[in-house]
Design a protein around this ligand. Structure first.
Ligand SMILES: C[S@@+](CC[C@H](N)C(=O)[O-])C[C@H]1O[C@@H](n2cnc3c(N)ncnc32)[C@H](O)[C@@H]1O
Ligand SMILES: [Zn+2]
Length: 398
C-alpha cells in the first residue's frame, strides 16, 4: 500500500464494489464530508447509480458488442465494473479532466487487469465528446455523471452518441430542479419551475425534457426509457435515433404542468398550447412549470428484465432490488403523485395507507399505482374530487 500512496501522493484505501477491486482516496471518518473535496471524487453512496447503469447495459444491449464513453469517470470504478460485470463491452473510454483522477484510473485498470478494454483519458469532457463524428466513431453508450448539473455536457453528449445508442445523464443539482432555486433552473435548463408535492418527479421530467430538446436541436430523437430518483440524485437514460421527423415526434411530449395547491388538480398542456393559467375548479391563479417531459419516463418491460437480471446476482445488486420493484409497479405515464400525508394535511384528517388508496381507486376503474420516488405516495388519473371523497369515506370506516 505504501508504494501506491507514494505513487499517487495521497492516502488511499482498497475498496470492493461489485466485481471490481479499486483504490479510492481514504474517506474522512466524520460524516457529511463532500466527495468533491477528496483528491479524486468517489462517493460510495452512488453504488446503486452504478448498479443501475450496469444492469441497464446488460439488459438493453444483450449480446451486442459496444463502445462506451464515461466522460467524467473519477476513480474509473463504473467503467471497470461495466467490463467485469457485462459481456457486451468491447471498449470503454474512461475520461476525467483531473490529472489525479487519470493517474488513479490507470492504477485501477492495472489492478483489475482490464487494460485491453478500458482506455483512460485526461481531457475536458466536452472536448472528448465533440471529437466524435466526421469520420471518428461515436459511442453506443455515453454515461454523463457529473457532481452537479449535466446541462453543459448534454449537447456534446448527444454528438458523441451513435444512432441506436444511449445517452444517460445524472443530475445532483436537486435544489435547482425541484424548485428551491428557480433562477438556477432557468439558467441551466431554460425551465420555469416552482414547488409541488411531487417536485422530485418534476425534476426527472425537467431533465428528460431538457435531453429531448437538446437532441432535437441536433436533428436527433431522444426517447426517455429509464428514469429514476434515488438519494441525492436523478438519472435518465434516453434511446437516441436520427431524423427530424422523429425528433419532432418526441417534442410533442414536451409541455407544461400547472398544479393547483388549493384543490390538488394537475393540468398538462403541450408545448404548442397555452399552459393552464387558472384552475377551472376553484379559480386560483396557477404558475405553470416547463417546458418539461409529459410522456412516460420508463419502459416497463426493460425495468422488469433489469429486475430479473438483478435477482440472478442478488449479492451484487441487492441495493437496487427495491427500486426496480417499485419502478416495475409504477405507471410512469401518469403525471405527478400525491403523498398521503399531504392529502391528509389538506383535508385536515389522518393519512390513509397508500396501498389501500390504490386498491380502492382501481376498484372504481381509475389508473392508480405506487411511485418509486416516495413510498407514501400514489399516482392516479382520478380527479382530486374523487380522491377527497375516498379519503373521507375511508376515514369514516377506520
Ligand atoms: C461525480 S464524479 C464522477 C464519478 C464517477 N462517474 C463514478 O461513478 O464514480 C465527477 C468527475 O467529473 C470530473 N470533471 C469535472 N469537470 C470535468 C470536465 N469538464 N471534463 C471531464 N471531467 C470533469 C471530476 O474531476 C470528477 O472526477
Ligand atoms: Zn383548484
Amino acid at each position: 500500500m505504501r508504494d501506491v500512496v507514494e505513487r499517487l501522493g495521497y492516502e488511499v484505501e482498497l475498496r470492493v464494489e461489485g466485481k471490481a477491486r479499486f483504490y479510492a482516496p481514504r474517506l474522512p471518518s466524520e460524516k457529511g464530508y463532500a466527495p468533491t473535496s477528496l483528491p479524486v471524487f468517489y462517493n460510495p453512496v452512488s453504488k446503486p447509480n452504478r448498479d443501475m447503469a450496469i444492469l441497464f447495459t446488460k439488459t438493453f444491449f444483450k449480446d451486442k458488442k459496444i463502445r462506451v464513453c464515461e466522460p467524467l469517470a473519477g476513480t474509473g470504478v463504473r467503467s471497470i465494473r461495466l467490463v467485469l460485470e457485462t459481456d457486451v463491452v468491447d471498449e470503454v473510454v474512461a475520461n476525467d479532466i483531473s490529472k489525479k483522477a487519470y493517474e488513479l484510473m490507470k492504477l485501477n485498470i492495472e489492478l483489475n487487469d482490464v487494460g485491453e478494454y478500458v482506455r483512460p483519458m485526461n481531457l475536458d469532457a466536452n472536448e472528448l465528446l465533440s471529437m466524435c463524428g466526421r469520420g471518428r466513431p461515436r459511442y453506443n453508450y455515453v454515461d454523463i455523471d457529473p457532481a452537479g448539473s449535466p446541462a453543459k455536457f448534454m449537447e456534446n453528449g448527444f454528438r458523441g452518441c451513435d444512432r441506436g445508442g444511449i445517452l444517460s445523464a445524472t443530475a445532483t443539482d436537486m435544489s435547482a430542479l425541484t424548485g428551491a432555486k428557480p433562477a438556477s433552473c432557468l439558467r441551466k435548463y431554460d425551465v420555469i419551475v416552482s414547488k409541488t408535492p411531487f417536485s422530485k418527479e418534476v425534476a426527472l421530467r425537467i431533465l428528460a425534457g431538457f435531453m429531448v430538446r437538446t437532441a432535437a436541436r441536433l436533428g436527433l430523437a431522444a426517447k426517455p426509457i429509464l428514469s429514476f430518483q434515488k438519494d441525492h440524485y436523478i438519472k435518465v437514460f434516453t434511446a437516441v435515433d436520427r431524423g427530424i421527423t422523429k425528433a419532432k415526434e418526441q417534442l410533442k411530449q414536451v409541455g407544461w404542468i400547472s398544479y393547483c395547491h388549493k384543490c390538488m388538480r394537475i393540468y398538462t398542456a403541450r408545448r404548442s398550447e397555452k399552459p393552464v393559467m387558472r384552475c377551472v375548479e376553484c379559480g386560483v391563479e396557477l404558475s405553470p412549470i416547463g417546458p418539461l417531459w409529459i410522456g412516460g419516463l420508463s419502459d416497463k418491460d426493460l425495468v422488469e428484465e433489469m429486475y430479473r437480471c438483478a435477482l440472478d446476482e442478488e449479492e451484487i445488486y441487492r441495493d437496487v432490488l427495491k427500486l426496480l420493484r417499485y419502478l416495475s409497479a409504477e405507471d410512469s405515464e401518469i403525471i405527478g403523485y400525491y403523498p398521503v400525508n399531504y392529502v391528509a394535511e389538506v383535508l385536515k384528517q389522518s393519512p390513509i395507507k397508500p396501498r389501500k388508496v390504490i386498491e380502492e381507486l382501481r376498484a372504481m376503474g381509475y389508473r392508480a399505482t405506487v411511485t418509486h420516488i416516495d413510498p407514501s405516495g400514489f399516482k392516479t388519473d382520478a380527479p382530486p374530487s374523487t380522491i377527497v371523497k375516498l379519503f373521507k369515506e375511508l376515514k369514516l370506516k377506520s
